[in-house]
Write a protein that binds this ligand. Structure first.
Ligand code: SAM
Ligand code: SF4
Length: 470
C-alpha cells in the first residue's frame, strides 16, 4: 500500500466527547417517569434520540430495566418475528502488523503460530462449512497480507464463491478486514461482497491510543472514517461495532449513536448491522483477561435492549464469543444474526481449534446443535441472502425493513432456506423439530397468497430445487 493513498483524505472526527459527557451528566439522576416515557416512545418503532438513549443508559433500577427488556422483546418480535439469521466466520489469516493489546494476533505475541491460508486451504474450509449447511460467511483477517497484498483478500472472496459441492454453495460473503482507501473499497465491492464490517473497538480517544500502540490501527481517525470511505467506494451495506469491556459502555453507545447519525446525514443511510463483541480472554493478553471496564451480564443485556429500542431496523449481531445461555437471553432482546459452530483460527474448521486462535469462544456447539436449540426456543433459523442478491441493500433495504414487509419477504425466505437445511444437512432430530416449526411459522405469513406460494415452493425444494426466494 502506498503511503500516498493512505493519506488521500483526512478523516474527520465526528465523535463529540463534550456532547456525550453533557448528556450523561444531565441524566445522572434520571426520573422513573422519564424512563417510562422513553420506553413508550420506543414502542412506536421510530427510534430514539441522544437524550432518550442517555436516560435509558443511566437507569439501573431493576423494575425499570425489566420494563426496558419487555419493550425490547416486543420491538424485536414485531419487526423481526422469529427469524434468526445464521453465518460462520472464516479466519483466513492471523498475520498482523498491529499491536492491539487485547488480541492474540497482535504483532508482539510470539506464542501464536502465524499462518495465512492458501487459496486451496480456504477452499477446504469453505467445503467444511458448506457441508454443515452454511450459506453466509464472514471473512476475517489480520492487517497484513501475504506477498500479493490486498489481492489475497480479493482472491479469497472469489475462492469462497467458487466452492460448490452438491447442493452446497456460499451465497453471501461479508468481510471484516482493516480499513481501506476509497479505491480499495471500490475493488472490494467489485468482488461482490455483502457487508463490509469494521468495529471502532472504542470511540474514547485516550483509551484507543493506549490500546493500539503501533501499526496503522494506531490512527483513530483513519479507522473512524473507514465506513464513510466504504460508502464512497460504492459499498452501501456496512456494519459497525464496539468491543465492549475496553471503556465505559454508556460512553460507547452514545458515540456509536453519533457515528450512526453521521452516516445517515452524510450518506443517507445508517449501518445495516451493529456487532456487540464483548472482550474475551486472548493468548497472553492481560487486557483481555482483565477488561478495564468489565461489562456484567446484566449490563450486556441492557446494551442489546437499548440498541434494539434505539435503532429498531438495524440488525444486531452476536457471535460465539458469548455462551449459549447469554446468546439465548439476548436473542429475545434484539439480536437478529448469530454465528454458529465458529472457529477463530485460520484452518480451524478443517483441522480443529489450535494455538493460532484469536480469542476463546463461549459457545462450542456444532451448527446443528445450535439450530436444534434455537428451533426448540421457537426461532426460525434463516440462511437467507435474498436482499443482497436482489439489490435490496442500503436505503432500499431500510425501506423494506418495516414490520409488515419483513413478514412478507423475510419470513417466507427464512422458512425456505431452513427447509433447504433440513433437506440437505440436518440430523434426524433437528429435521423433525424443524418441519414442525415450519408448519407453525407458515401461519404467520400475513398474506394468504404469499403463504400459498411459499407452500408451493417448499414442495419444489422437496423435489430438489434450491435457492428460491422472494
Ligand atoms: N484485523 C481487523 C481489525 O482489527 O479490524 C479485522 C479482524 S479482527 C480479527 C476482528 C475483531 O475481533 C476486532 O475488530 C475486535 O473487535 C475483535 N477482537 C479482537 N480481540 C478480541 C478479544 N480478545 N475478544 C473479543 N473480540 C476481539
Ligand atoms: Fe490485528 Fe485486528 Fe487483532 Fe488488532 S484486532 S491485532 S488489527 S487482527
Amino acid at each position: 500500500m502506498s503511503p500516498a493513498l493512505r493519506i488521500e483524505k483526512p478523516s474527520q472526527n465526528f465523535i463529540d466527547e463534550t456532547v456525550i459527557r453533557t448528556h450523561l451528566k444531565a441524566a445522572e439522576r434520571v426520573e422513573a417517569d422519564r424512563v417510562r416515557a422513553v420506553i413508550a416512545k420506543a414502542r412506536e418503532l421510530k427510534g430514539l434520540d441522544m437524550p432518550d438513549v442517555t436516560a435509558l443508559l443511566q437507569c439501573s433500577e431493576p423494575a425499570l430495566l425489566e420494563e426496558m427488556f419487555h419493550a425490547a422483546r416486543e420491538v424485536k418480535e414485531s419487526i423481526y418475528g422469529k427469524r434468526l439469521v445464521l453465518f460462520a466466520p472464516l479466519y483466513i489469516s492471523n498475520l498482523c502488523q498491529n499491536n492491539c493489546l487485547y488480541c492474540a494476533f497482535r504483532i508482539t505475541n510470539k506464542n501464536v503460530r502465524r499462518r495465512a491460508l492458501t487459496q486451496e486451504e480456504i477452499a477446504e474450509e469453505v467445503l467444511y462449512l458448506e457441508r454443515k449447511g452454511h450459506k453466509r460467511i464472514l471473512l476475517v483477517a489480520g492487517e497484513a497480507y501475504p506477498g500479493e497484498g490486498l489481492d489475497y483478500i480479493f482472491k479469497a472472496v472469489a475462492t469462497i464463491y467458487s466452492v460448490r459441492e452438491g447442493k452446497g454453495e456460499i451465497r453471501r460473503v461479508n468481510v471484516n478486514i482493516a480499513p481501506l482507501t476509497v479505491e480499495e473499497f471500490r475493488q472490494l465491492k467489485a468482488c461482490k461482497i455483502g457487508t463490509y464490517q469494521l468495529f471502532q473497538e472504542t470511540y474514547h480517544i485516550p483509551t484507543y491510543k493506549s490500546l493500539h500502540v503501533s501499526g496503522p490501527k494506531a490512527n483513530y481517525e483513519w479507522r473512524l472514517g473507514a465506513v464513510g470511505r466504504a460508502f464512497e467506494g460504492g459499498i452501501n451495506d456496512v456494519g459497525i461495532g464496539v468491543l465492549f469491556g475496553l471503556y465505559d459502555y454508556r460512553f460507547e453507545i452514545l458515540a456509536l449513536l453519533q457515528h450512526i447519525r453521521h452516516l445517515e446525514s452524510v450518506y443517507g443511510v445508517g449501518p445495516h448491522t451493529i456487532s456487540v463483541p464483548r472482550l474475551e480472554p486472548a493468548d497472553g493478553s492481560f487486557i483481555s483477561e482483565h477488561p478495564p471496564f468489565p461489562v456484567s451480564d446484566l449490563d450486556f443485556k441492557k446494551i442489546v435492549a437499548i440498541l434494539r429500542l434505539t435503532v429498531p431496523y438495524t440488525g444486531i449481531i452476536m457471535s460465539t464469543r458469548e455462551t449459549a445461555k447469554m446468546r439465548a437471553e439476548t436473542f429475545a432482546l434484539g439480536v437478529s444474526q448469530i454465528s454458529a459452530g465458529s472457529r477463530t483460527n485460520p484452518g480451524g474448521y478443517a483441522e480443529g481449534e489450535s494455538a493460532t486462535a484469536q480469542f476463546q469462544l463461549g459457545d462450542h456447539r456444532s451448527p446443528d446443535e445450535v439450530i436444534l436449540d434455537i428451533t426448540r426456543m421457537g426461532y426460525v433459523p434463516s440462511f437467507c441472502t435474498a436482499c443482497y442478491r436482489l439489490g435490496r441493500t442500503g436505503a432500499d433495504f431500510m425501506d423494506l425493513a418495516k414490520p409488515g414487509l419483513i413478514k412478507q419477504f423475510c419470513l417466507p425466505n427464512a422458512i425456505m432456506t431452513f427447509k433447504e437445511y433440513l433437506e440437505d444437512y440436518a440430523s434426524p432430530e433437528t429435521r423433525e423439530a424443524g418441519l414442525k416449526a415450519i408448519r407453525k411459522n407458515l401461519e404467520d405469513i400475513p398474506s394468504k397468497e404469499r403463504r400459498l406460494e411459499a407452500e408451493r415452493r417448499l414442495l419444489r425444494i422437496e423435489g430438489g430445487e434450491r435457492d428460491l426466494y422472494f
